[in-house]
Design a protein. Sequence first.
Length: 235
Amino acid sequence: MQKKLVVFTGAGISAESGIPTFRDANGMWGKYDAMKLANVEGFEEDPQAVLDFYNARRKNLLEVQPNHAHLVLAELEKQYDVTIVTQNVDNLHERAGSNKVLHLHGELSKVTSSRNRLDSNCIKDYPLDVPIRLGDKAADGSQLRPYIVWFGEYVDNMDEATRFVKQADIFVVIGTSLVVYPAAGLVNYAKREIPKFLIDPNDIKGGLPMGYQHIKATAVEGVDELVKRLDELEK
Ligand code: OAD
């Protein structure tokens, strides 16, 4: 039986692929207004601005590649039963070869209805090089929108993610500021006695959660140290 390794990732793991994070210097929410671009009222007020923002991010996804950190996590499936729980809306974990990826905040590669984001008849894959335009319709006749969780909307897969974290034998957190709830609360569900690692080059503003070993490095550097520490555990 393989050990259950659960990895919780945020924007920091994709930073070295060239996708900016949200709250670092040069972060997305320093340049753009989250209240306009990441909530339903913003979309109702200025849908074109919101579509432009996500169309640019969708197109950019075609220009970036998974980095060493994404690849090492995929590689760890040879040794562990790995589940990735990600706040990221990119597809770099999947493209690196990870097979079990739960997205909490949606996916840039999908679209849905602006009447009901969770209408399964309306959620579909949409080519990243095709912009979502005003007037494009979902299956229910409403304006098509990106399949992204905006502030105030229900987070996807939260119950399932919580279950995986509770059952983890090893838990790893990579590249998240741990300020956006409910996702950030996942760090509190890992069992007390299991090894817990957090990879981030910076201090966590709210403090390192209890029982975590901080690998203070970027994701690309930190995963090699993580693999060393995992190997130590097996000795
Ligand atoms: P943040 O931008 O809030 O945090 C990024 C974290 O990554 C910080 O702790 C950085 O120190 C760290 N970091 C920066 N560069 C790194 C690197 N090269 N390697 C590893 N870590 C690095 O991003 P998230 O925590 O992911 O939600 O943000 C959470 C949510 O807020 C996002 O999913 C998004 C945003 O609003 C939605 O859009 C719904």
